[in-house]
Design a protein around this ligand. Structure first.
Ligand code: GTP
Ligand code: MG
Length: 202
């Protein structure tokens, strides 16, 4: 989280994480038009010809004010394909909140588990853990015929019991709800930081 007391601006970084093709880019594409044009920047997609994320997707949005501070959010996705290991870690650096987009397909069970382990290792390298960073689990692709039971996904991926949402990102179902659950958690942290900033301004 970056606080500029001079500009009265507080910037929060949210990263969408998860295995390849789970729907991270789709989430950002759906989320972007939900913000009024004057409050959002362009959606940037750095991808391959086949639309797989190569580096990241990104857009900034202004949420509003807390006290005398404007709150800006930088939304990012990581590339899910396993060989983009180093890029994922670079994008994750400095994240204040994480959305883990899991693929509900039975075929992706191992990929989900591997991505969770990859995330935990990446957080550990930054001196963080799932317990130390606000996060939300999204059970995406609920429309698939072979979608795993949500209770199974919870047991498999979210034994810590963090907030979770069922979603069909392609139909824009659960996308905004996921973000709201994360922002609820982040806003608590933001309010504490703003109080510190206000104290510096006073
Ligand atoms: N059936 C179904 N397909 C989905 C859903 N969400 C995303 N998809 C599809 O899954 C494919 C991959 O979606 P992306 O959003 O590009 O996935 P990604 O996680 O960004 O993939 P990487 O960038 O490679 O990590 C696309 O064809 C999407 O249309 C969903 O809820 N249901
Ligand atoms: Mg992508």
């Amino acid at each position: 989280m970056r606080v500029s007391v001079a500009k009265r601006l507080l910037t929060v970084k949210i990263v969408y994480y998860g295995p390849g093709l789970s729907g991270k880019t789709t989430n950002l594409r759906q989320l972007h038009p939900e913000f009024p044009p004057e409050y959002r920047g362009e959606l940037l997609e750095l991808d391959t010809e086949s639309e797989r994320t190569l580096f990241f997707d990104y857009f900034p949005a202004v949420l509003g004010r807390v006290g005398r501070f404007r709150i800006k959010v930088d939304f990012f996705t990581v590339p899910g394909q396993s060989f983009y290991h180093a890029t994922r870690r670079a994008v994750l650096k400095g994240a204040d909140g994480i959305v883990f987009v899991a693929d509900s397909s039975e075929d992706r069970e191992a990929a989900n588990i591997q991505s969770r382990e990859d995330l935990i290792a990446a957080l550990a390298a930054m001196g963080q853990s799932l317990a130390s960073i606000p996060h939300v689990w999204q059970w995406n692709k609920r429309d698939l015929a072979d979608a795993m039971d949500p209770s199974w996904l919870e047991a498999l991926l979210n034994p810590e019991g963090a907030p979770s949402v069922a979603a069909v990102a392609t139909r824009n179902e659960g996308v905004w709800e996921t973000q709201q659950l994360l922002l609820d958690q982040l806003l608590e942290v933001v309010k504490r930081r703003v109080d510190t900033g206000e104290a510096q301004l006073a």
